[in-house]
Ligand binder design. Sequence first.
Ligand code: ATP
Ligand code: MG
Length: 438
Amino acid sequence: MNNSGNPGSTAPKIIPRAAHNVSRNEFSKSALKVLYRLHNAGYQAFLVGGCVRDAMLLLHPKDFDVATNATPDEVRALFGNCRLIGRRFRLAHVRFGREIIEVATFRAAAIHVDDDVEHDREGRILRDNVYGTIDEDVWRRDFTCNALYYNIADFSIWDYVGGVEDVERRQLVLIGDPEQRLREDPVRMLRAVRFAAKLDFSIDQPVIEAIHHHAHLLSNVPAARLFDEFLKLFQSGHAGRTFDLLREHSLFGEMFPDTEQEILRDDDFLNFIRAALKNTDRRVAAGKSVTPMFLLGVFFWEPIRKLAQIRRAEEKMSESQSLSLASYDIVAEQQRRITIPRRFTVPMREMLALQPRFLQMSGKRAMKLLEHRRFRAAYDFMVLLAEVGQVDAGVAKFWTEVQTQSATERAASFQIDSRARKKRRPRSRRRRKKRQDA
Ligand code: ATP
Ligand code: MG
């Protein structure tokens, strides 16, 4: 039976090494080094959170969080390769080459220290910054499966909340009252979906109900934090399932309202997004990189295309121009929800504005597209559109073939007359004049 609803209970169930399947082989050498050094210096040292959960599920954790009763200054005194980060609540980052092990001092749960916790009107925690003991630390964690502590002293697992059982049942259960825990931090709704998709867990029914009551609270979450969460949601290798779950629980529309509105209107757009997410997941599985700008382009494609059409009806401009202008507006609107850094919005806009150019398949200007710095992304995007029937299959075939052709074959494909190609056109008078002036 799990006691996740009872923060007063402070006796953990201690599962000895012989009775659980979590092996040290699942943990990185660096994480173990940190644990042993803390332990040898007389402190308590546990691995906690996702790494213990993933190790139980044999998912090879990559990211390790250590929890200890040593204060950040005491941690720093033990490790040369250590930096303290965070202002209100300080964490220690111990660095080993490219790997960083995060070491956090036990913190008291918000519910125990009401005087020290600031809430906003909806009950969102604005800060909680009180050090505590392990049996206080556990109650501020989100899901029972994320609240398992692996003790380096004897390799046992400490379970205060029935987390082991919930991992075995593959259930995502919030610790405490789901309504309150989601109000405190609405991002937990996205985390529920992310873990459900990644771990293939079911979300506990009371949590589902609480999500349905509180989905709208996502609009109170700082836009920058939502961008971080967006990356985790869609670059995890389970983007397709994550997307479906987000929509099922009315969360997607809170993050991407314009996109959701178009999806509801247009099944083809939904199919396009699904195809793109499938593609993204395939890339992640193959160890290839995925860029968020591509996915953002997918999400915003229909809203942008529609607005571009309206723009062209109002004012004479090229299709590329109208797409580019519309993407400014859609992105500006979106920034109110999720902060998207310019390093993603700029290439995304370029990629989308190139789409009409794929329809021109003759002449030098058409051929020049192959040299554009966004050609690759724009081409992938166009192929995806072709996959769902929004671009003619012949167009996709043409651009696929020309990429591997020789210069002569290519000129023929683009119907460029080879004599005209060789003959240099005299410079125009205006350009010549300009040069002389310079
Ligand atoms: P993954 O690393 O696979 O994303 P994780 O569970 O390790 O999953 P992190 O974001 O690394 O997630 O957080 C580490 C731990 O910190 C969590 O397991 C959980 O115990 C706690 N935690 C993180 N975010 C929250 C939150 N918003 N509310 C409560 N506890 C949280
Ligand atoms: Mg983690």
